[in-house]
Design a protein around this ligand. Structure first.
Ligand SMILES: [Zn+2]
Length: 213
């Protein structure tokens, strides 16, 4: 029993993508010391899948880009926790979890995409959702009459976006959206998140999975 043994046990707890409870003390000079670490979930199942590890690290990196240091945002913490818990369970495709997470993160950070009204003219969207597009400039959805530098989307893509905001992950998975719709939503939400990180002035960080910002 010695310091070395205790610290090596801590090192295991502090592995990437672990959900932990940690006790930290700060000295009068501002140095912080980790005293106690308890692992609540190490996501063992996810760590056996390269796909799940990729998405888990991407979620963690997105949160790092989203929060100011020492400024807690419980909503974002629980969003990340739900995403990691879902990755660790069978049944829900990782890609769907990613889309649900990115939309939730945008909403929590005040970059909510309006899915009810056109970002150009205010028109209320009603089915069939023809000729809608995602506007790069406003970060919102445009109707067919409003033009701009935008990413076209099919009606099913818009329905998937709405479902991601309004439904649980389990019920979205059961609705069987096409790969085309999933890919279009992925392009929209990854673009939206990237613009959000840029506008939050995260500086010169180089994300391993998000890319240079
Ligand atoms: Zn419009």
């Amino acid at each position: 029993m010695g310091v070395r043994k205790i610290s090596s046990r801590r090192a295991g707890n502090l592995d990437s993508l672990n959900h932990i409870v940690v006790s930290i003390t700060e000295s009068s000079k501002g140095f912080k010391t980790v005293n106690e670490v308890k692992t609540l979930n190490s996501y063992k199942r996810s760590k056996e899948s390269l796909d799940a590890i990729y998405y888990g690290l991407k979620f963690a990196e997105s949160v790092e880009y989203s929060l100011d240091q020492d400024h807690d945002q419980p909503e974002i913490f629980y969003l990340l926790l739900t995403a990691l818990d879902s990755l660790d369970q069978p049944g829900i495709p990782a890609k769907i979890i990613e889309l649900w997470f990115l939309l939730g993160l945008s909403d929590a950070l005040g970059f909510k995409i309006d899915l009810k009204n056109c970002a150009g003219c205010g028109l209320v969207f009603i089915p069939p959702y023809d000729k809608l597009s995602y506007s790069y400039e406003s970060g919102g959805i445009l109707c067919g009459s409003c033009s701009g530098y935008s990413l076209k989307m099919r009606a099913e893509t818009f329905e998937l976006l709405r479902s991601l905001r309004n439904n649980s992950l389990e019920s979205i998975t059961s609705q069987n959206y096409s790969d085309n719709a999933v890919n279009e939503v992925s392009a929209i939400l990854n673009t939206h998140a990237r613009n959000m990180f840029i506008s939050r002035n995260v500086g010169e960080k180089t994300g391993m999975l998000i890319g240079n910002i």
